[in-house]
Design a protein around this ligand. Structure first.
Ligand SMILES: Cc1ncc(COP(=O)(O)O)c(C=O)c1O
Length: 360
C-alpha cells in the first residue's frame, strides 16, 4: 500500500458509512469490506503507535518494542471495547433501541464503555454484575454510579442469561426497546473493530520502517484477539499473534478464538477456516484465576509506569505485559525486528486494586 488508507477514509454522514477513494479500493480489500458495516465513528483514528524505547533500554533486549494505544479511544475513558462497540452499538441504534443491557464482572471495562456510549446515544442502560456488591464504590463501579446505570448484582453461580431474558421481557411489556450486548461485545461484528486496529498498526509500523514479528494482547472474551488474528493473517502473515489468557486455560481460549475467527470470516464472506491449533494462547501468566492479581503482573504495571509513564492494570494489560516481558527476557522473541503490544485500556480498575500498589 503506497498511500495511507486511514488518511483517506471519508465519513459520509448521509449514509453513516466510511468510504475509501476508488483507486485505493483494490489495495485494501479487507478494509473495503469493513466500510459496508454501519458504525458510530466514536473516536478519531488511527490511535497512536508509540515506541517504548525506555522499556527496551531497561530490558536490554534486541527487538524494538511498540504499543498500539487503544487505551486512547476516547469515550468512557477509552479501551478496546470502543473498537467493537463502534459497530455493535450502531446496530443497536439502527434497530431503534432505547435501553442497553449487558453483563460482566463488577470491575468491568466492557460495562463502563458500553454504558458511556449508551449515554452518548441517549439510551438507558442496565448492567448485570457478577460478584458481591462492595461497600465502597471505586474504579469502574464508581463510574457506573456516576453515569447512573441500573445495577443488578448477582453471584458468579447465578444464571445471568435467565436474568437478562427476564428483563428483556419486562422492558418489552413496558413498551421499551431493549438491545442486549453480549459480554465483551465479542461477536463477529465487534471483532471487525480489531481487524481495523491491526491494519492501522501494521500501516503505522511500515510508515516508521518497521515490520512486526510478534504481537501481544490480553485475551478474555476473545473478540480482540479474533480481530487481530484476521488482520495480521491477511495483511502481515509473517507476524505471530500471542494471546495472553486472563480467565481460562489455553485450549478453551484457543477454541473460543478459533470459533469467533471462523464466524467473523463468514460475516466477511471470506472462505478460510482456522482450528484451535492455529492460535497461540499463553495461560501461564494469569495465575489461574480471573481478576486476581499476580506478582509478575503487578511488577509489569510498576515497570511500565516507571519507564514509559504508561498506566496498565492488574487484571488484563499487566498480566499480558508480564507474558511479553518474560518471553523477551528469555530471548524467545529475538527473531523479530519489532514486537507490538496492544494496550487495550483497563486502567480505571487500578483504583479498585489500590491495595496492590501501595508500595513496590
Ligand atoms: C483492558 C482489557 N484488555 C483486554 C481485554 C480482553 O479483550 P477480549 O474480551 O476481547 O478478549 C479486556 C476485556 O474485558 C479488557 O477490559
Amino acid at each position: 500500500m503506497s498511500r495511507s488508507w486511514y488518511a483517506e477514509l471519508r465519513y459520509e454522514a448521509s449514509s453513516d458509512r466510511f468510504t475509501i477513494p476508488r483507486e485505493l479500493r483494490k489495495e485494501c480489500k479487507l478494509l473495503m469490506d469493513l466500510t459496508r458495516f454501519p458504525r458510530l465513528n466514536l473516536f478519531p483514528r488511527p490511535t497512536p503507535l508509540h515506541e517504548l524505547r525506555n522499556l527496551r533500554k531497561s530490558l536490554g533486549c534486541k527487538p524494538r518494542i511498540f504499543a498500539k494505544r487503544d487505551d486512547l479511544t476516547g469515550v468512557g475513558l477509552g479501551g478496546n471495547k470502543n473498537r467493537k462497540l463502534d459497530f455493535v452499538m450502531a446496530e443497536a441504534r439502527d434497530k431503534g433501541a432505547d435501553t442497553i443491557i449487558t453483563w460482566a464482572a463488577v470491575q468491568s471495562n466492557h460495562c463502563r464503555q458500553t454504558l458511556a456510549i449508551a449515554r452518548q446515544l441517549g439510551m438507558d442502560c442496565h448492567l448485570f454484575l457478577q460478584g458481591e456488591e462492595p461497600t465502597v464504590r471505586q474504579g469502574n463501579l464508581l463510574y457506573y454510579t456516576i453515569l447512573n446505570a441500573h445495577l443488578h448484582f448477582h453471584s458468579g453461580e447465578d444464571d445471568i442469561q435467565a436474568h437478562v431474558d427476564a428483563l428483556v421481557d419486562e422492558l418489552k411489556n413496558e413498551g421499551r426497546k431493549p438491545f442486549v450486548v453480549p459480554i465483551g461485545a465479542s461477536v463477529p461484528l465487534g471483532a471487525l473493530g480489531y481487524i481495523e486496529s491491526s491494519i492501522e498498526a501494521i500501516e503505522q509500523g511500515r510508515k516508521m520502517g518497521v515490520e512486526f514479528g510478534h504481537v501481544f494482547v490480553a485475551t478474555g472474551s476473545a473478540g480482540t484477539q479474533t480481530g487481530i488474528e484476521i488482520g495480521f493473517r491477511e495483511e502481515c502473515p509473517s507476524a505471530r499473534v500471542h494471546g495472553v489468557a486472563v480467565s481460562r486455560d489455553s485450549l478453551p481460549q484457543r477454541e473460543a478464538v478459533a470459533r469467533l475467527v471462523n464466524e467473523t470470516y463468514t460475516l466477511l464472506g471470506i472462505s478460510r477456516f482456522l482450528s484451535p491449533s492455529d492460535i497461540v494462547v499463553h495461560d501461564e501468566y494469569y495465575g489461574g484465576k480471573y481478576a486476581v492479581p499476580t506478582k509478575a503482573g503487578n511488577e509489569a504495571v510498576f515497570l511500565l509506569g516507571e519507564t514509559e509513564g504508561l498506566l496498565l492494570d492488574p487484571v488484563y494489560t499487566g498480566k499480558a505485559m508480564s507474558g511479553m516481558l518474560d518471553l523477551l527476557k528469555k530471548g524467545e522473541l529475538d527473531d523479530a525486528e519489532a514486537v507490538l503490544f496492544f494496550h487495550t485500556g483497563g486502567h480505571p480498575a487500578v483504583f479498585a486494586f489500590a491495595q496492590e500498589f501501595q508500595s513496590r
